[in-house]
Design a protein around this ligand. Structure first.
Ligand code: BES
Ligand code: ZN
Length: 402
């Protein structure tokens, strides 16, 4: 039975966190001096990978990070494999709106059509539901709605159904809004910050300019396992990040926790029962996990558990493990873990859950830098703590009698 998508409460960053800042321009793994003991530690890995930059699917940094961690997993004695799939690429080439001689910057919603439309502006009251359009004539005009209440795709659908020629979504906060429409939308759709709201006067003639490029890139999941393993547990995290965010917490934190579990599993029975997977294309719609489930049906059928680690390096909330009762029962016994039975959307466990695999989603809530340029810090101790809990659940699941 699906439960609603729950979001933990937002909490400010604790100043006491041990911070790992992204290295500045010019920093690289090769230039970092490390002692033998430091090499391969969560801290050293965080520094090295953050220096590559945002790991957007299909980008050079994405591949550099994968190659770096692949080398490490192989050095631990694991066999590695890459599974390739395609991921849509959407680029905003610079979009905005001109009104009364003013140029307002905006961000095209992912999936929006490109185009330049000059037309009168109509303020639609509210968030742009079907009722909000009642009694309004927006045919051939540019509709303006507020963020919230309904999904971006639904706002676009309603604007299109009402005959609008374009749509502007005003953010509830005075900062850039990068949203996604999911499926391709025939209408140009632009998001602007709350501060631009007042300039968008009803009846004004505006020029909406949405400049986008749509294409495809190759994406790769990285798998690590001991040769010959038919896994009972899959431990995974997405390694890709969104454009413009270094992705320290989302999700280098989960990635490094997976690598740490793999490291500690060496020479233990778990190493012969587990697959470790670094997913790609998560931020584009859980594409790596979907591809994995589709291309490895037999392997997926044999799984007793899929443990997904996403955003575990900043304590926005206590470490939470949400999922299937058989797994939450194991997690509940662990110190510092809040186990919650149920389903959450929004990360790579979802396609496994849909395929009938018991899943457990480890996270520490949403921090204030989520999908922002400020997502450049993670706390190695929190990553390590998550690896402890993941290792314990994985060992219990694959231990004697299982
Ligand atoms: N890391 C997030 C999911 C998440 C949110 C984990 C909060 C822990 C706490 C993930 O990368 C993400 O942004 N997911 C999207 C949906 C996805 C299909 C693009 C989301 O939740 O909106
Ligand atoms: Zn994530």
């Amino acid at each position: 039975m699906p439960t609603p998508h729950r979001r933990p409460t937002l909490r400010p960053l604790l100043s006491a966190l041990l911070l790992i800042p992204a290295a500045g321009a010019g920093g690289s793994a090769a230039q970092t001096t490390q002692t033998a003991a430091e090499a391969g530690s969560i801290e050293a890995n965080a520094r090295a990978v953050l220096a590559f930059g945002p790991r957007v699917t299909g980008s050079p940094a994405n591949e550099q990070a994968r190659a770096f961690l692949e080398t490490q997993l192989r050095a631990l004695g694991y066999q590695t494999q890459r599974q390739t799939f395609t991921s849509p690429r959407f680029d905003d080439l610079g979009s905005g709106v001109q009104v009364a001689g003013q140029s307002l910057a905006g961000a095209a919603l992912q999936g929006s059509a490109g185009g330049t439309v000059t037309a009168a502006l109509v303020r639609v009251p509210g968030a742009g539901t079907a009722e909000d359009y009642r009694g309004l004539n927006v045919t051939g005009k540019i509709a303006v709605v507020k963020r919230g209440v309904t999904a971006f795709a639904e706002k676009a659908r309603q604007a299109r159904a009402a005959g609008a020629a374009g749509l502007i979504i005003v953010n509830t906060e005075d900062r850039e809004l990068r949203g996604t429409l999911g499926d391709p939308e025939p209408l140009p759709v632009l998001a602007v910050r709350a501060g631009h709201d007042a300039a968008l006067r009803p009846g004004a003639t505006v020029t909406l300019n949405v400049r986008v490029r749509q294409g495809e890139v190759l994406a790769q999941n990285l798998l690590a396992f001991r040769a010959g393993t038919a896994p009972t547990v899959l431990i995974g995290a997405h390694m890709d990040s969104v454009q413009g965010a270094p992705g320290a917490n989302d999700n280098l934190s989960g990635t490094l926790a997976v690598v740490d579990v793999a490291r500690r599993a060496v020479n233990t029975p778990l190493s012969a029962r587990a697959y470790f997977v670094l997913f790609d294309g998560e931020e584009d719609g859980l594409l790596g996990a979907r591809d994995f489930v589709k291309t490895n049906p037999e392997l997926v059928r044999g799984l007793k558990g899929m443990l997904n680690l996403d955003m575990v390096g900043v304590n926005a909330a206590p470490l939470t493990a949400t999922g299937h009762p058989t797994l939450t029962a194991l997690a509940r016994a662990l110190p510092g873990v809040t186990a919650v039975e149920g389903r959450e959307s929004g990360s790579d466990h979802v396609p496994f859950d849909q395929a009938g695999v018991p899943t457990l989603f480890f996270h520490r809530g949403i921090d204030r830098n989520y999908h922002q340029p400020g997502d450049m810090i993670l706390d190695p101790a929190l990553v390590r703590g998550t690896a402890d809990a993941t290792l314990a659940v994985a060992q219990a699941l694959t231990g004697p009698g299982n």
